[in-house]
Write a protein that binds this ligand. Structure first.
Ligand code: CMX
Ligand code: CO
Length: 144
């Protein structure tokens, strides 16, 4: 069951400049940052609020680390902006299977590693009304 907005992914050319905008404009601080080489991103997670399922909602600011990454390709085509949304669940495997059963393309056979040790998969935007959609299970059940 999908129980929260886990994060909204925002693609940018300059992570440090974008982090500074969210800090100075809104007062949001970096909760966690990391490089995910598999996804080809350097990212900052800004925690916005805790959620009723024991998890939290974040903004995920994304800067590409290489020219052939999905985010670099998207930025070249669209410029900076909202790249994807992510729903949180305690069981990404079960939700991905259930959603695949409704005819939506799930991009990975098995969930891959996401922020803070989470397990993630994606739904194809062409099957979701133009919205790239991620499913996330935190490293600790019902956290992150
Ligand atoms: N949102 C909405 N539509 C998107 C999109 C996005 N983020 N990315 C691509 N599309 C659309 C394109 O506009 C294009 O549509 P048209 O054919 O109408 O022009 C179509 O999907 C195909 O796009 P493409 O540029 O040819 O890109 P690819 O098919 O090579 O890749 C996708 C698209 C979704 C398969 C790829 O972006 C992907 O695998 N995404 C999942 C991984 C990811 O995004 N990682 C970064 C974030 C990591 C994290 O959140 O931790
Ligand atoms: Co994400």
């Amino acid at each position: 069951m999908l129980t929260r907005i886990d994060h909204i992914g925002i693609a940018c050319f300059d992570l440090d400049r974008t982090v500074e905008f969210y800090r100075s404009a809104y007062g949001f601080e970096v909760f966690h940052s990391e490089v995910n080489e598999e996804q080809g991103v350097r990212e900052a997670m800004l925690k916005i609020n805790d959620t009723g399922d024991g998890g939290a909602s974040y903004l995920q600011l994304l800067e590409p680390t290489r020219e052939d990454s999905t985010v670099a390709k998207w930025l070249a085509k669209n410029g900076e902006g909202v790249h994807h949304i992510a729903f949180g669940t305690a069981d990404v495997d079960a939700d991905a299977a259930a959603i695949a059963g409704k005819g939506v393309r799930v991009l990975y056979d098995e969930p891959r590693r996401g922020s803070m040790g989470s397990r993630i998969t994606f739904l194809h935007p062409k099957d979701c009304g133009g919205v790239l959609t991620e499913l996330v299970t935190g490293a600790e059940p019902s956290e992150h």
